[in-house]
Design a protein around this ligand. Structure first.
Ligand code: Z5A
Length: 215
């Protein structure tokens, strides 16, 4: 059976990296074979594109160039990693995917959704994640958490308004499709956040197993 595609999303510093380690352990404990990957990135070429996208530079990167680079990396990532793994029956756990494009380029950069929808169809066809965890924290808290780490990249230099638009876009996608998106209140303690994640994953796995047994 084809593997399942799980994506993790959220604004700056919500705890994606931290909780992905927890999810990896959870998948291992449940005997699920998976690959863990990320966007932008996930293949050598797409990681090079990531470097270009995140690095600070004097030249202003225009929004359309940024958008096309996101999808260029994604096309390569899907072709080389995501599709082959899913086809082999492995699950794919991905730190950000196209919802980040709707949130950051569509809402953050105020490009709207129409162009993104066309590129999504071109690059992905009908392929979409099976489950998307949206880790949600107030923007200020996320920025404070992220700020404790390293030098800010090109996105991290954006203003609070930008991240508020990104956050609202995620919440609105989740509201429209509650069967796919699960919003996790990530402002709680890590233990509480991981309890919520575990509950979502258990429900998802049960559904998956029901589907297998009904085949
Ligand atoms: N981007 C885009 O524009 N369009 C696209 O299509 C795609 C991406 C795919 C790179 O993403 C950038 O690309 C991203 C959007 C853009 N830019 N931004 N902003 P990324 O995923 O590589 O980078 P990121 O969003 O900046 O992730 P991050 O900064 O690494 O944050 P995180 O992984 O969500 O957080 P973390 O490192 O796990 O946690 C941050 C700190 O908080 C850390 O010290 C933790 O120990 C702490 N933490 C975490 N959870 C808790 C709780 N519950 N309590 C207390 N402290 C906590």
């Amino acid at each position: 059976m084809r593997g399942r595609f799980i994506t993790i999303e959220g604004t700056e510093g919500v705890g994606k990296t931290t909780n992905i380690d927890y999810i990896k352990q959870w998948l291992d404990d449940n005997g699920i074979s998976f690959v863990n990957t990320r966007e932008p990135g996930g293949t050598p070429l797409a990681e090079e594109i990531r470097e270009v996208l995140l690095s600070n530079r004097e030249e202003q990167v225009c929004s359309k160039a940024e958008l096309l680079m996101m999808f260029a990396g994604r096309a390569q990532h899907i072709d080389q990693v995501i599709e082959p793994q899913l086809a082999m029956g492995n699950w794919v756990l991905c730190d950000r995917f196209t919802d980040a494009t709707y949130a950051y380029q569509g809402a953050g950069r105020e490009m709207g959704n129409a162009l993104i929808e066309s590129l999504e169809t071109m690059v992905q066809g009908s392929m979409r994640p099976d489950l998307t965890l949206v880790l949600d924290v107030p923007v200020e808290l996320g920025l404070e958490r992220a700020g404790k780490r390293s030098e800010p990249d090109r996105f991290e230099l954006e203003k609070t308004d930008f991240f508020n638009r990104v956050r609202q876009a995620y919440l609105s996608m989740a509201e429209k499709s509650p069967e796919r998106y699960k919003v996790i209140d990530a402002s709680n303690s890590l233990v509480q956040v991981q309890q919520q994640i575990s509950l979502v994953l258990c429900n998802f796995l049960n559904k998956h197993q029901d589907e297998i047994s009904s085949q």
